[in-house]
Design a protein around this ligand. Structure first.
Ligand code: ATP
Ligand code: MG
Length: 335
């Protein structure tokens, strides 16, 4: 396959805390399958992470934790580019150009903006509103064919597609309109404490989140105290969001369907089911945790992964940004 024919896959996670089961099933596990399918760019979106209150020293540390977790989950840096968003010049330049094309009302209607700004009251920064323009730039600047994300990012990728079309119509054909890829299982894992909300790194209630690096005893405790519903049958239904969520987690861990699991646990009580879910999660995470211990200890290796990733990303970005600058009427960059 020639370089030009190869599909480009782009996606990112924020270093806003440790990855959890939602990030694994909705994103990273699924990303692994793209290693075979084309050239993959897996970003660490540290510029997005400053749209919410944060501590600079923690942000720097979280970047390394995230590189190590990506690798531990099977994103082999020999077969993909793992890069840090702030080390690649061009993302914010393109974000500005796209923001100038983006109707303000569309940004104000984004669900993530509404939910995250509600947590901040009057102190909400303009960066949170502008977040989808930066995310669109992250994707379009690589001329990505496919963007694998969890369900919560559907709206942002749809906006990215709109902005690609709008740019192409305004300035002439430049960007591919990327495809949204959402996994069939585990695309929206809910908080264990509030199954009406998605599991989130930035959730203040840590008990609702199973982190990939949680000790087995912590995992058992969190799943054991997950909010369940009235009744006692292990079945998925709209009025049983807690049990439905645990069934989704179990299905994503085992590869079995929810209906197979309902049959398997027919007549069992919630306690037995929760213990079985915890066993599967512990089993799934054990090799990831072992690999993390090894990889995270080698900071020089992690720096090398980021340096190689930034170099490959920058090469691709430069090609496209030269074109974008010409089309929008900017003078050539002086390098
Ligand atoms: P934050 O609360 O800081 O936004 P997050 O948990 O939402 O953190 P992100 O870094 O924003 O994580 O998202 C990384 C990837 O994980 C995205 O592809 C996103 O769609 C996916 N993802 C996030 N939460 C879930 C979830 N609960 N279920 C499935 N996928 C998820
Ligand atoms: Mg998020």
């Amino acid at each position: 396959m020639s370089e030009e024919q190869k599909k480009v896959i782009l996606t990112c996670a924020q270093p806003s805390g440790n990855l959890h089961l939602g990030n694994y099933f909705g994103a990273v596990k699924n990303w692994r399958s793209y290693l075979e399918q084309g050239e993959c760019f897996f970003g660490i979106a540290n510029m997005h992470a400053i749209t919410m209150p944060y501590v600079p020293a923690n942000l720097r540390k979280s970047v390394y934790d995230l590189v190590a977790i990506y690798i531990s989950c099977g994103l082999d840096p020999e077969r993909c580019h793992i890069f840090l968003q702030s080390q690649v010049q061009g993302h914010t330049d393109l974000a500005w150009i796209l923001a100038c094309l983006c109707p303000l009302g569309q940004l104000e209607r984004m669900t993530q903006y509404k939910q995250k700004s509600a947590k901040q009251g009057d102190s909400v920064g303009a960066g949170l509103l502008y977040y989808p323009a930066l995310m669109a730039a992250d994707i379009l600047i690589y001329n990505a064919d496919a963007v694998p994300v969890g369900e919560d990012q559907r709206q942002h990728v749809e906006l990215t597609r709109d902005l690609a079309i709008k740019f192409n119509n305004t300035y002439s054909d430049t960007f591919k309109v990327p495809e949204l890829h959402i996994p069939t299982t585990g695309a929206r894992i809910k908080s264990l404490q509030d199954p009406d909300k998605k599991m989130s790194k930035s959730d203040s209630n840590q008990a609702g989140c199973v982190y990939l690096l949680d000790e087995p005893s912590v995992i058992r405790k969190k799943i054991g105290s997950a909010v369940t519903d009235s009744g006692c049958e292990v079945v998925a239904s709209e009025d049983k969001p807690g049990i439905s969520n645990l069934l989704s987690i179990m299905a994503a861990c085992t590869g079995k369907s929810v209906s197979e699991l309902e049959k398997e646990f027919a007549g069992q009580n919630y306690g037995v089911f929760k213990a079985a879910v915890a066993d599967e999660v512990v089993k799934l995470l054990a090799p990831i945790q072992a690999k993390y211990k090894e990889v995270s200890a080698d900071k020089a290796f992690l720096d090398k992964v980021l340096a190689d990733g930034a170099e490959a990303a920058q090469r691709r970005v430069n090609r496209l940004m030269g074109k974008v600058y010409r089309k929008v009427g900017f003078n050539e960059l002086v390098r």
